[in-house]
Write a protein of this length. Structure first.
Length: 162
């Protein structure tokens, strides 16, 4: 568990969120959060076991997904409820997801974004041309069409323990 309570102002009467692996019964809450953030749902149910959620009390207030594709993975579905934004929760979710990818021995993480091209470089991601993306990532539903062709593709090499 990550303690998110230090130096943050949380919504009134809300418990500081903790991060945990997503469970099958989280799907409806994750779906609502992704829809409200205008993010694609394609492939989410199948990849949910490798997602991380932020939970405050009994509410899912944030999510980040890891879609594993052979030796690489797609970082996807990063969303935080409006009331919890700008409090470090998204950063905690992305950091935890990167750590999960590295613990699994993933070579590189890829992502597609239409709005966060300046945010993800703070985690070591860099823009890459679409034709430089490995076939396993290009085969994902998100890459094939759930995200627009105009989305920026970004990559981050992983520090694996192999």
């Amino acid at each position: 568990m990550i303690d998110m309570s230090a130096n943050h102002q949380y919504p009134i009467s809300a418990a500081a969120p903790h991060l945990r692996p997503a469970r099958a019964d989280d799907f409806a809450a994750v779906e609502r959060l992704l829809v409200s953030s205008q993010l694609p749902l394609d492939g989410v149910r199948e990849a949910l076991p490798t997602f991380i959620v932020a939970e405050s009390g009994s509410d899912i207030v944030g999510v980040a997904g890891l879609e594993i594709c052979c030796d690489n993975a797609l970082l996807r579905s990063v969303a935080v409820q409006d009331a919890w934004r700008s409090q470090g929760l998204g950063r905690a979710l992305v950091t935890r997801t990167i750590a999960e990818a590295e613990a699994r021995g993933i070579n590189a993480l890829y992502l597609l974004t239409t709005s966060a091209e300046r945010y993800f470089p703070t985690f070591g991601f860099r823009a890459v041309p679409r034709d430089a993306v490995p076939d396993d990532i290009r085969a994902t539903v998100e890459f094939r069409g759930a995200c627009p062709a105009s989305a920026t593709v970004m990559c981050r090499e992983c520090a694996t323990s192999a």
